[in-house]
Design a protein. Structure first.
Length: 288
């Protein structure tokens, strides 16, 4: 890929193994940097054999809460529709756990109710169209269009900012709402690390996705070995759709990118919990 910007590196197997350990912590509901349990106000989780508490948040629970209703509307009523995400869920739980600070989501320009309505109407139709035309050649184009249109729906203009899009929030929500769609999480740290700055986030997005997709293909040989954790909570059909679409590989890749551009590229020590360090130290890879 000819570009004047830095490219996503070819990560070592050890570095991706570390990212996989961190991803499994988030799947279980623990922060990989400090080991704290993620808590919030998620609705009661039923049918999980008592394993999950009402205030327990995790990637597994986010995937369960976000995908069920959407898949039921987009694919078939046979899919369970346990929950419709709400303003409180997005604002108080999801954005906090996803670490969407004011730099990533300008709160004065945030319109959560309209964004949620768009997800369950227009995005459902967009998804149905994508399923009929899942051409690999248009991988980046679909990712861009999904994120941009949902980001626009979550944006509300103000006198100080009349034009924009909630790109970071849209990418993170879509990652869980549509786990089989080729979505990459948007991060300012990654964009800056790739030298994609100086324009609005919505204008950065096409080049950002192009870089990340190129890096994803480049690292696929090592990413492919990581298996998505099992779940007794997520509907089996949804779990299989996510697994077969490389959802777990994209999650590991996302964390590898974040850790690389936030710490490694800046020559800063990585912040890892004691548990993550112990888990990684027992594996074959000791040098990243």
């Amino acid at each position: 890929m000819d570009t004047k910007f830095p490219e996503v590196p070819m990560f070592s197997p050890a570095f991706l193994t570390l990212a996989d350990v961190c991803a499994r912590e988030l799947w279980a509901g623990r922060n990989y940097d400090d080991g704290k349990v993620q808590v919030g106000r998620a609705p009661t989780i039923r049918g999980a054999e008592g394993k999950y508490k009402e205030n327990h948040l995790s990637d597994e629970i986010f995937l369960y809460l976000c995908s069920g209703r959407f898949m039921s509307q987009a694919l078939s009523p046979q899919y369970p529709a346990p929950y419709r995400i709400t303003d409180d869920f997005v604002r108080k739980d999801f954005m906090r756990v996803a670490r969407l600070n004011p730099l990533n989501a300008k709160l004065s320009n945030l319109n959560i109710p309209d964004g949620i309505d768009y997800l369950y109407t227009s995005s459902v139709m967009d998804y149905q169209f994508w399923r009929r035309n899942p051409t690999p050649d248009f991988f980046s184009i679909y990712s861009y269009l999904f994120i941009l249109t949902v980001g626009d729906a979550f944006f509300t203009p103000t006198n100080s900012n009349t034009d924009g899009s909630q790109i970071a929030l849209a990418s993170r929500l879509l990652f869980f709402v549509t786990p089989d769609v080729p979505i990459y999480n948007f991060s300012n740290d990654i964009a800056v690390g790739l030298g994609i700055t100086g324009v609005k986030t919505s204008e950065q997005l096409p080049l950002y996705i192009e870089h990340l997709h190129h890096g994803y293909k480049k690292n696929w040989c090592n990413l492919a070995k990581f298996e998505m954790p099992s779940s007794n909570l997520i509907n089996t059909q949804i779990w299989n759709r996510a697994r077969n679409a490389g959802w777990w590989q994209r999650r590991v890749y996302d964390l590898a990118l974040v850790m690389y551009f936030e710490f490694v590229a800046r020559n800063k020590p990585m912040k890892l919990s004691k548990y993550v360090k112990q888990q990684f130290s027992t594996m074959a890879y000791t040098h990243i």
